[in-house]
Ligand binder design. Sequence first.
Ligand SMILES: C[S@@+](CC[C@H](N)C(=O)[O-])C[C@H]1O[C@@H](n2cnc3c(N)ncnc32)[C@H](O)[C@@H]1O
Length: 316
Amino acid sequence: MYEIFRSDCIEWLSSCRPHSLHAVCTDPPYGLIEYSSKEINKLRNGKGGVWRIPPEFDGKRRRPLPRFSVLTLIQKKAICDYFQKWATLLMPALAPGAHVLIATNPLLQSHVYYGSISAGLEPRGTIIRLYHGFRGGDRPKGAEREFPDLCVGPRGNHEPWLLFRKPISERTVAQNIRKWGLGALRMLEGEKPLPDVIPSFKTPQKERKIVDHPSLKPQHLLRIFCRALLPKGGIVLDPFMGSGSTIAACNAVGVDSVGIEMDEAYFNMARKAIPLLSSLYPGFSGQSLHIKENEKVAIEEPEQLILLEESGNYNI
Ligand SMILES: C[S@@+](CC[C@H](N)C(=O)[O-])C[C@H]1O[C@@H](n2cnc3c(N)ncnc32)[C@H](O)[C@@H]1O
C-alpha cells in the first residue's frame, strides 16, 4: 500500500504525526539548487545552467548531469543548514530505531552528513553503490591537448548513501525491536548481512522507457534498500520522491510507503510510473545482490554490469 502527495516535504513533515514513520529512503537534490524551478526550467528548455552534458569520450552523447563543482561556499553551507532543518522536522515523526538512508555525492556528502547528525540522527555508516559514473576524470579544461595524461579529479565510480538511525528508546536493540520493530536491518537471504558496498549499474533502459526523470535510480538497488530498512514492517518515507522509484521498490518488496514530490510534472510521472516499475523483475524483492532468473538487466548493459562472484571478488 502506498500514498503519494504533491507538496514541499518541509511543509509535509511539519504536520506529520509523531512516531508515524519507520524508515526513510531518499535521493534528494544533492546540491539543492539543481531542482529549483529556475534550474529545472533551464534543463527543460535545453539552456544549460547547472545541468551539463558530460564530455563525450566514446562517441556516445550522455544525459545532462548537475555540475556541483560550481557551488560556492555559501551554497554548500546552505546544504548543511537545509539538512539540519529537514532532519529536525523528521526526528519526531520517526519511531525510535528508524533508519534513514540518503543518497548523496562524493563532493557534497559531508554537508548532508553534518546537517543530519546536528539534528540528532546517529551515523550508522555509508553504503556505497558501485557503478560506472561519468563524473570527474576530465583533463584540464581548455588545455586537453597540452595535458593529455592529466585529470583534475578521479573518475567517479561510486555513489555514497549515508545511513543514519534515530536513537533507540529502549536499553538494548533487542528491547527496541520488541517494542517498535526497529533498530536493526534485515539481512539478505541466507542470513548474509547487508554489505556496505553494493555492486550496481546505471539505471536500465527498461526502467528509463517507463519514466524519464533525470535522476531515476535503479529498482535493483532500491529494492535491496527498502527490504533491508524495514525488518518487521511499517512505513518507508521518500520525501524527495521524483518519479516514484522508491515507492515502486517498496511496492515490489511488500512494504508500505509514502512519497512526497514538489514538482507537478514529476509528481504526475510518478503516478503513472509506480505500478509499472514495481511490476518489473517479478520475484526480485531485494533479497540478494542479484536480480535472478531470466531478467535481462545484464544483457541490456553488459559493460555496466558488475558481477559479484560467490567469493566476494567482482569484475568491472
Ligand atoms: C534527485 S530527484 C529524485 C529522483 C528519484 N530518485 C527517482 O528515481 O525518480 C529529487 C526530487 O526531489 C524533488 N524535490 C526537491 N525539493 C523538494 C522538496 N522540498 N519537497 C519535495 N520534493 C522536492 C525534485 O523535484 C526532484 O524530483
